[in-house]
Each structure stands twice: as structure tokens, then as C-alpha cells.
Design a protein around this ligand. Structure first.
Ligand code: DGT
Ligand code: CA
Ligand code: CA
Ligand code: ZN
Length: 599
């Protein structure tokens, strides 16, 4: 960036250097609070619309930097050093010990800051390609706690990582869409900013962001100034293209963003087109052609005289094609066009479903407290759930097999249940707390707590948390055995995947879902966007097999309760209605009556 003819550091670079410093501190084993302060500062810098370099000039107000939330005295000095010298003392010192490419290693499964530091000191490995070579050459075998198994796991992790780079989790993409939208909105004459593409369809990952912008500033003849504004947003890492009404750029994390500024008259057509999916659009266009119409991103036109039939709203376009408006989550060419036609024709059967919404959810049956690996108390979780309008929750902390979470043995599980019931009493019926546990499914399908303990709990979620590498037959038998335990009321983590991080464990899911349906064990969709155990196809299959479904957040802190939003999105993509999901039941009693009866 140029300022008064000088080339100075821009906010994106300052943010990147602070963020790298945070990760280097982490690798160096330093205090998590210190690490977090650098991360927070990086985020704050990235969001500033004023270039911070201008605030470090000798004649500028020394307090201006401090006015930014997340920037204290020390951080302000760091920023001044970065702008003046291109680095700062702490970063320079850490870089005598470590390298910035080591940050990428932290994204691999099983790779924490300590391991990264050890790989560096023992093998001078600082990036993924070198690590892969070292693993293949067997060099890791000489290191402590890194046997053949670790090496195999790591190589698989590296392969997954390479396969997954280029896509982004929906929650993270949404957060960026929100931040970019707020910055675009600062330009006068902007009215609406709508994410289209896979984000609007609610796919669990997105390849890039497609943002549609309308308002007086986007009308032809005046749009150029708005385009300039977008092309100069402070978040931009690299400008890819700037056209008449379109700007494409990438962010620091390499997420690409396509922004289109559109006249209101064609907004509906553009929204329809850029929402996709491609297959949905292709089929829709064929339908238009059969009716003597042609559909583009500008309008639905009559072929014979080019008269505009519909363009301003999606509703008009679908209706003009004899279809009801289709919720974006369904637009995958998987039967939604036929269903929308049936709905439009007023047929009783085969129409579009009334999809479940967040407002339908009355309870959350899987969450943790600081008794194990959660961050909050029972009371905190209950108050936060109440504030979110829930009528009932189950507290389900871990069992002892999961030692790294400080999992509970039988005595602790019962003592914890008593405390949950105590809080339930204190809350005087404002919200119902169910006493539960997330009990580990051990290697051969045994549950990790005594039956006599489980018998005293309201909600038993049984989950696989270990030995993910069993062959599919063995894993299937293991989970089936856990379902046969009469205390199992909910099957948690039915695939064990971590989105973009760890593949599902090998299992015959259809067999498991069928048996769960027969036994009346509810199957959980995990709403945490990093987990999302079941995908849309699994969820659709579960419904067809007659499974009872629940959607839970697996919250480990109060703000995680908001994960429910991402779970709902996937349920919608699976065509599910409120009636398909048990935790839409109005009360805890109604919910319990729909779960597998206690033995
Ligand atoms: P992504 O970004 O890979 O997660 O998936 P989308 O669906 O967001 O795909 P993207 O960003 O390439 O395009 C956004 C929408 O634009 C897409 O869903 C439908 C429409 N579109 C893009 N290219 C084509 C095309 O070649 N033909 C048709 N019919 N539609 C297209
Ligand atoms: Ca896209
Ligand atoms: Ca795109
Ligand atoms: Zn859990």
C-alpha cells in the first residue's frame, strides 16, 4: 500500500504477522492467554477500515491505536514496530527458533504445538511436504511416541488435508460473509447483500463465496463507484478481477469471494441463477424451454418476443414456471422440481415439505460442563439454554474411558446427576434439566459405565470416541452391540467424522440405522459444524429407514448452543420436517415418551 508516496504495510499484512506470532507462541508452549491476545489483535486489525499505518505516523494521535478494541499498549507498540521495521522483537526472536510454515502443520490431525516443536528440533521438519517425505522414509519411527501406527495415521491425515484444501466450513464462510457484508454496507446506496451459491444452499462446506448486492448505488450508470469501494475493502488479500459490476478477490485464508452488484429489476433472476446448484439450474432451464421461455441470470423471457415474464423475485420466476418457490437447501436436483410443481398444482401428495426451522427446536440433549471437558457450570448451561428459548436440556458429560476429558466413573456420574437434579429444582420449572451421560462405547460394544448407573439417568447418549481404526465389520458389530444395551437411548457420533479433518470411521451405517429404528434408539445429528456426523444423504436415509432423529449441539460452552443453526441447515437439506425430529417435542415429558422406554 502507498501512503504519501511511501510503500507502507497494509492491515492485512499486519494481521497476518500478528496471527503467525500467535501460532509461534503456541508452538513455543507459552501461556494460552498471551496466544489469544495476539489472535484477537489480528482479527481486530483485519476489520479496521482505516489503514493502521496512517495511525503510526509521528504526527498522528498516539491514542488512536488504543481506541481499537483488542489493542492494548503492548500490542500498539508491536504494530508501530511492524510498520516501521517490517517485524517486531518478539516475532524476530521466535523466528530464530521456528519457521512460519510450521503453522500449517498444526492443521494436521494429531498434531499439536508440542509435536510440531519436537519435529522441528529433532528432524528440522517445518512444512507438510518435508514431513510427508520424512514419514515415508521412516524417520519418524526414531522419535519418542511415534511408531508405525502414528506414521500411517499421519500420512493418511496429510492425504486428507491435501484433498480438503480449497473448501471451507459453512460457519467460517458465513462469518466472513457477514464481515464483508458489513464493510460493503458502509457505502451509501447499498440496500441488500445476500450470499448465494453453496452457502445459501447450506452445504456443509463451500468452495467460494458468492455475494449479491443491490441498492441505488448498484444501478447501471452509477455502479462504478460502488465497484471501486468493494475493490478497496480492507479485508482483501489479493484482487483477482474487477469488472463493470463484479469484483473477485481472495482473503488471507485463500477463500475466494465473488461480489456482484445488480440492478433491482433483475435481482430475482440473478439470485436464482447464482444460488444454483448447477444441476438444479440446468433442469429448470429445460423446463422453461418447454414452455417457450428462456431463463438467464437477467430474466425469464418469452422466446417469441423477448418480453420479460419475471425477473425481480425468485417467487415470480418459479411461479411463472408453474412451481412453488423452492427453499435453497433443496436445490440439488434431487426431486425438488417435481415436488414444487405438485405443490403449485395444489396436489395433496408429493409436494414440498414444510422444512424444520430453528424455532421448532425445544430442547438440546447433548452438552458438557466443567465436570469433564466443558467450560461452564450446569447452571450456566441451563440459563443460556433458557435465554435461547429452550424448554429442556440434558447434561451429558463424558465417561471415564475418555481420560483426556477427565471422564466420570460411576460414582462421579451419579453425584453429577444429583447436582443436575438440584439445579433442575432451583430453576423451578422455567426449564427442565435431564440428568444424562455421554457414555463411551468400548472396543467390543460394552458401555463404559455400570447398567445400574445408567438405569438412574434420564438420557444415555452412547458414542464411539476411541479405536476409530477398526475394520467396518468389527465397528458395525461394536455399535450394534451398544444399541442392544437397553439403557442406550441416543446413538451419538454415528460416523465420528470431523469435517475436513478426519474421515468417518468405517461402518455399515445402513445396518446400524435399521437396527436403531427397530429398537427405538434415537440417532443424533451433531450440530457442531466441525463435527456434523451425518451428511444430508445419511439424514435422508435415516428418515426413510424409520429412524427417530435428534439434533444436538454437543456444546462445551454456552455460545456453542448456537451451533443448532448449522444442524438445522443440514436437516433442511435432508427434507426433514419438525415431525421428523424428537427434540421439537414441546416438553421434556413429551420428549421422554418418544424415546426408547427405560427397561
Ligand atoms: P462451491 O462454490 O463450489 O461451493 O459451489 P457453488 O454452487 O457456489 O458454485 P459456484 O460458486 O461455482 O457458482 C455459484 C452458482 O452459479 C452455482 O451454484 C450455479 C451458478 N453457476 C455457476 N456456473 C454455472 C454454469 O456453468 N452453469 C450453470 N447452469 N450455472 C452455473
Ligand atoms: Ca460458490
Ligand atoms: Ca463463485
Ligand atoms: Zn459430546
Amino acid at each position: 500500500m502507498h501512503l504519501n508516496g511511501k510503500n507502507v504495510m497494509d492491515n492485512i499484512t499486519i494481521a497476518r504477522l500478528l496471527d503467525e506470532t500467535a501460532a509461534l507462541l503456541e508452538i513455543d508452549g507459552q501461556d494460552p492467554f498471551r496466544v489469544r491476545s495476539y489472535r484477537r489483535a489480528a482479527e481486530a486489525v483485519e476489520q479496521q477500515t482505516t489503514q493502521l499505518a496512517t495511525l503510526t505516523e509521528p504526527d498522528s494521535d498516539p491514542k488512536a491505536l488504543l481506541a481499537i478494541a483488542g489493542i492494548g499498549k503492548g500490542m500498539a507498540q508491536n504494530i508501530r514496530d511492524l510498520v516501521a521495521t517490517g517485524t517486531m522483537p518478539l516475532r524476530a526472536e521466535l523466528l530464530t527458533k521456528y519457521k512460519p510454515t510450521m503453522l500449517e502443520l498444526l492443521r494436521l490431525p494429531g498434531m499439536g504445538p508440542k509435536t510440531v516443536a519436537m519435529l522441528w528440533s529433532a528432524l528440522a521438519v517445518a512444512d507438510i511436504d518435508t514431513l510427508e517425505e520424512a514419514a515415508k522414509a521412516g524417520h519418524l519411527l526414531k522419535l519418542p511416541r511415534m511408531g508405525q501406527k502414528f506414521t500411517e495415521k499421519l500420512l493418511k491425515g496429510i492425504a486428507d488435508h491435501k484433498k480438503n484444501t480449497g473448501r471451507f466450513r459453512i460457519d467460517q464462510a458465513t462469518a466472513f460473509a457477514d464481515r464483508i457484508s458489513a464493510l460493503i454496507r458502509e457505502f451509501p446506496g447499498i440496500e441488500t447483500i445476500t450470499p448465494a451459491g453453496s452457502l445459501r444452499r447450506g452445504r456443509e462446506t463451500v468452495g467460494d463465496l458468492d455475494l449479491l448486492v443491490t441498492g441505488p448505488a448498484c444501478e447501471p450508470d452509477v455502479v462504478a463507484a460502488a465497484v471501486d469501494h468493494v475493490a478497496a475493502l480492507p479485508l482483501i488479500d489479493k484482487l483477482i478481477a474487477k469488472g463493470q459490476n463484479k469484483v473477485s478477490f481472495t482473503l488471507r485464508n485463500q477463500l475466494q469471494v465473488d461480489v456482484r452488484l445488480l440492478p433491482r429489476a433483475s435481482y430475482g433472476a440473478a439470485l436464482q441463477y447464482f444460488t444454483g446448484s448447477k444441476h438444479h439450474n440446468v433442469t429448470l432451464r429445460q423446463r422453461a424451454i418447454k414452455r417457450g421461455l428462456t431463463l438467464s441470470e437477467y430474466a425469464l423471457l418469452r422466446v417469441e418476443d423477448n418480453v420479460i415474464v419475471a425477473a425481480a423475485t425468485e417467487q415470480e420466476i418459479y411461479n411463472a414456471l408453474d412451481m412453488a418457490w423452492i427453499p435453497p437447501e433443496l436445490r440439488e436436483n434431487c426431486g425438488e422440481l417435481e415436488a414444487a410443481a405438485a405443490s403449485f398444482a395444489g396436489k395433496a401428495e408429493g409436494g414440498l415439505p414444510t422444512l424444520i426451522t430453528r424455532e421448532d427446536i425445544r430442547g438440546d440433549l447433548h452438552m458438557h460442563t466443567f465436570e469433564t471437558d466443558g467450560a461452564c457450570s450446569i447452571r450456566d448451561m441451563a440459563e443460556a439454554a433458557l435465554a435461547r428459548g429452550l424448554k429442556y436440556i440434558a447434561i451429558t458429560d463424558h465417561s471415564k474411558n475418555l481420560a483426556m476429558t477427565n471422564g466420570m466413573d460411576d460414582a462421579r456420574a451419579l453425584a453429577h446427576a444429583a447436582r443436575i437434579r438440584q439445579v433442575n429444582t432451583e430453576m423451578e420449572g422455567r426449564i427442565t434439566l435431564l440428568a444424562g451421560v455421554e457414555v463411551d462405547i468400548l472396543g467390543a460394544g460394552e458401555l463404559d459405565l455400570e447398567d445400574s448407573t445408567l438405569a438412574q439417568l434420564d438420557i444415555v447418549v452412547a458414542s464411539v470416541h476411541s479405536r476409530f481404526d477398526q475394520p467396518a465389520e468389527q465397528m458395525t458389530d461394536r455399535v450394534l452391540a451398544a444399541l442392544e444395551n437397553p439403557h442406550t437411548r441416543i446413538l451419538g457420533h454415528p460416523t465420528g467424522r470431523k469435517l475436513l479433518r478426519r474421515d468417518p470411521y468405517a461402518i455399515h451405517l445402513e445396518k446400524v440405522l435399521k437396527r436403531a429404528a427397530e429398537l427405538g434408539v434415537a440417532v443424533e445429528h451433531n450440530a457442531a459444524p466441525a463435527r456434523a456426523d451425518l451428511n444430508d444423504l445419511h439424514l435422508r436415509m435415516a428418515k426413510q429407514l424409520g429412524c427417530r432423529l435428534v439434533v444436538n449441539t454437543d456444546a462445551h460452552a454456552i455460545e456453542d448452543l448456537d451451533y443448532i443453526r448449522w444442524g438445522i441447515t443440514q436437516l433442511r437439506r435432508a427434507w426433514l420436517t419438525a415431525a421428523d425430529v424428537l427434540n421439537t417435542q414441546p416438553t421434556a415429558e413429551a420428549l421422554l415418551a418418544n424415546l426408547r422406554p427405560k427397561p
